[in-house]
Write a protein that binds this ligand. Structure first.
Ligand code: NAD
Length: 496
């Protein structure tokens, strides 16, 4: 049993070591020699440890899933969904405890952690609604002949998730995959393995049968074993583009279906007619929220023409933010170094640092970079085109809307793009032209709310469709078509 987390403030608090969850039992890896520490990012000190699993553990988890799926897939969908109705209640009841655990292992502020779990609850609600949405279609296709489509589970499926949303991203996958009747093997990020353990514990308490959800803790060897395993029929991945591309290739090579979401470089286009207050508030919230470690975070502000008043409002708001209170730490010392290097390089290449977070410090030992704004960034600077994944906003200035669209389109990523304007015509032109799967009009973090599916384009996603919503349900199921004729007909066609 994984007990509740006890901290109710940001003070360093220890938690259990990360464990695997196989066939309903908490266990340690079979043959692991390696371990890594789970670091509290605010203090830079260990709060737990992960023993890294290997192929043996994946094999055991798949065997448990295979056995469990036989019974689970026979449960009526309404009964499977009941587990998620109870999970919804459990997440709400334990919201504060789960948010504190998430905040401690990931570093995000308590309010941000709470918002993450609330978004996870929305995903659970979508899973519950499948009892109504997932009715198969049926049609008389020829006289006396009906054709019916039913959604069947695949068997054992798997998910690999990143460090930045340890609670929500698993909930992008589990409700649809499990309500559909599959068994699941989940590999959390080794940097933040603890929230998923509490999630699994709650699912157990909500009546999920043993073996339907299995967790294997670890890194690359576990992911590769999941990709290669012949009995895993589908693999969902969320993480960086480099790994998403490799995982997609390896998983697809074994014939399994794969959907792998990758990194991002999100652009906010601002034109001079934009509403100053709304735009400035929104831009700051988008690039600073979760310390910029969101795949939907604003990264580049493309200012069209004279937007100086809006840029000044963004600068003033950003400069007032208090590190540790308004902005959390980033995920590691290596992240601090990487983010700082992007700022240093842009400055050396001629960008103006109008808000400088490089020397900002929160609690001693933590991984801190304050919000930073770089103005007059040019396409030659790495900050303009590479994913920084920290609280850094690069401002690129262009003469007209065409220049803004051209700049956005030149980037290989395709997760999010937004336009700030009061002109419907400008908004329409941008929405028709940008190369991004999730777009905003006066919205800085254009995450599609349920039931709309989450997924990017181009180098931000490998595989077809979206991870959430109806596409998610289709991804985790196969469609069986049943054609039936019960009586001989006088009229004959080619098929009756
Ligand atoms: P990451 O790619 O380093 O890790 C993601 C997962 O892959 C982890 O579980 C990790 O253990 C595993 N992994 C790491 N290296 C691997 C390798 N070589 N082979 C196989 N598996 C490997 O990503 P991260 O640093 O945890 O998360 C941040 C990244 O995720 C950012 O790029 C961010 O944009 C992206 N992200 C994308 C979305 C989206 O929906 N598109 C959502 C959240 C995060």
């Amino acid at each position: 049993m994984i007990p509740p987390f006890t901290a109710r403030n940001y003070e360093l608090t220890q938690f259990l070591n990360a464990r695997n969850y196989i066939a309903g039992e908490w266990c340690d890896p079979r043959t692991s020699k390696d371990s890594i520490q789970v670091i509290n990012k605010r203090h830079g000190k260990p709060m737990s440890k992960v023993l890294m699993s290997g192929k043996d553990d994946v094999d055991a988890a798949v065997a448990a899933g295979t056995a469990a799926a036989r019974e689970w897939s026979k449960w009526p969908i309404r009964d499977r969904a009941q587990v998620f109705y109870r999970l919804r209640a459990a997440l709400e009841k334990n919201l504060d405890e789960l948010a504190w655990l998430l905040s401690h292992e990931n570093g995000k502020l308590f309010a941000e952690a709470k918002a993450e779990i609330e978004k996870g609850i929305e995903c659970v609600e979508y899973g519950c609604s499948l009892t109504n949405l997932a009715a198969g279609e049926k049609l008389e296709v020829s006289r006396g002949v009906t054709c019916e489509q039913v959604y069947s589970p695949l068997g054992v499926v798997a998910g690999v998730v990143p460090f930045n949303f340890p609670n929500m991203v698993p909930l992008w996958m589990l409700p649809q995959a499990l309500v559909a009747g599959n068994a699941f093997v989940l590999k959390p990020s080794e940097q933040v393995p603890l929230s998923t353990m509490r999630l699994a514990q709650l699912l157990h308490e909500c009546g999920l049968p043993k073996g339907v959800l299995n967790i294997v803790q670890g890194g690359q060897p576990v992911v590769e074993a999941l990709c290669d395993h012949p009995q895993i029929k589908a693999l969902g991945f969320v993480g960086s583009t480099r790994v998403a591309r490799a995982v997609y290739g390896r998983a697809s090579a074994t014939g399994k279906r794969a959907l792998c979401l990758g990194g991002a470089k999100n652009h906010l286009i601002v034109v001079p007619d934009a509403d100053l207050e709304l735009t400035a508030d929104n831009i700051v919230a988008s690039f600073v929220g979760c310390a910029g470690q969101r795949c939907m975070a604003a990264s580049v502000l493309i200012a069209v023409g004279d937007c100086d008043a809006i840029i000044e409002a963004v600068r003033i708001r950003t400069a007032k933010l208090v590190i540790g209170t308004d902005v959390g730490p980033v995920t590691s010392k290596a992240s601090v170094q990487r983010i700082t290097k992007y700022i240093d390089t842009a400055q050396q290449m001629g960008a103006k640092v109008i808000v400088d977070g490089r020397q900002k410090q929160g609690d001693p030992g933590g991984f801190w970079v304050g919000p930073t704004i770089l103005d007059h960034v040019t396409p030659a600077m790495p900050a303009s085109c590479e994913e920084i994944f920290g609280p850094v906003l690069s401002i690129v200035r262009v003469a007209n809307l065409e220049g803004a669209i051209e700049f956005e389109n030149a980037n290989p990523y395709g997760n999010a793009a937004s336009i700030y304007t009061t002109s419907g015509d400008v908004a329409k032109r941008v929405m028709e032209s940008v190369e991004a799967g999730m777009c905003g009009i006066n919205v800085g973090v254009p995450v599609p709310r349920e039931p709309f599916g989450f997924g990017g384009w181009n180098d931000s996603a490998f595989g077809a469709g979206n991870m959430t919503g109806w596409d998610g349900f289709r991804f985790w199921t196969r469609q069986r078509k049943v054609t039936a004729k019960w009586a001989l007909q006088k009229d004959h066609t080619w098929m009756s």
